[in-house]
Design a protein around this ligand. Structure first.
Ligand code: GLU
Length: 276
């Protein structure tokens, strides 16, 4: 059994991350497995070394440890390009130069992965890609390649249930996701995450319910790439007093700040109602 905690170093870790990390390590311990740390720093416009250093400090402070070496996705961009090349070879991708403004002006509606792309560039050919273009997955073509029903197993504290994924959910709620960003050429989270989960032999993905709506896309990518689908456990989110989900930008809630104020890991566990 192998699971992972895979933060993006784009801001300080907050109480929600503490809950997630502690849950990942608890599941690994309960099942006699291993918890890995993976740094998901493919967004070159937002990832910061200082935040990565903060992640290591915070996790050590919480009493968590992990086997070396840590996989840092920015060190493996060539791997994700190769994976994307396989999807392109299969005719499942197209180049897209649309800006966010274009997409909004074309009447896009919000979905699970930002705006659902309205399809403006869908008929473009990879052979005509321009240097600054992004690359998208053609969802309809991808689904046409999948021969049997898409599903995954969602586990809970003492339950396991099969979750079916409808094609409609993928076309209407996700659409044609970006797999390589425009301009920066950064690989998208979905591609890097799915590839690394397979490469690292992840058997259990433990992460928050905020990512649950993206799991169908990850399962589809696993199927297209010939990867096994791990078990998924989407844990509850930590909310503030008003029930609002804590965002990374809420710096006042940074774990490092609580630490500087003299709180202990035990105090943190108490605040987020985490029991070992
Ligand atoms: N890097 C993602 C995040 O920080 C989490 C990825 C995952 O657990 O699948 O939101």
């Amino acid at each position: 059994m192998i699971t992972r905690f895979a933060p993006s170093p784009t801001g300080p870790l907050h109480l929600g991350h503490a809950y997630s990390a502690l849950t990942v390590w608890k599941v690994a311990r309960d099942l006699g497995g291993t918890a890995l740390l993976r740094i998901e720093d493919t967004d070159s416009t937002r990832a910061r070394p200082v935040q990565e250093a903060g992640i290591y400090d915070d996790l050590v402070w919480l009493g968590l440890d992990w086997p070396a070496p840590v996989r840092r996705q920015s060190d493996h961009v060539g791997d994700y390009d190769a994976v994307l090349g396989r999807l392109a070879q299969a005719g499942l991708t197209y180049p897209c130069g649309c800006t966010r403004r274009h997409i909004i002006n074309a009447g896009a509606v919000p979905g699970a992965d930002g705006m659902v792309y309205p399809g403006t560039c869908r008929d473009r050919d990879m052979a005509n890609a321009k240097p600054g273009d992004g690359i998208r997955l053609n969802m309809r073509k991808a689904l046409a390649q999948v021969d049997c029903p898409l599903a995954y197993i969602e586990i809970g504290a003492s339950t396991a249930q099969t979750t079916q994924i409808t094609h409609k959910k993928l076309t209407d709620d996700i659409g044609d996701p970006i797999l390589r960003r425009k301009d920066t050429r950064d690989p998208a989270y979905h591609l890097a995450c799915v590839h690394d989960d397979a490469l690292q032999g992840i058997t259990h993905v433990v992460r928050g319910t905020d990512l649950q709506d993206l799991t169908p896309l990850h399962v589809l990518l696993q199927r297209l790439l010939g990867y096994d689908t791990p078990l998924y456990y989407h844990h509850r989110l930590i909310t503030d007093e008003s029930g609002k989900r804590l965002a990374k930008i809420d710096k006042s809630k940074a774990l490092a700040k609580y630490r500087a104020e003299g709180l202990t890991p035990q105090d943190i566990k108490h605040m987020i109602s985490f029991t070992d």
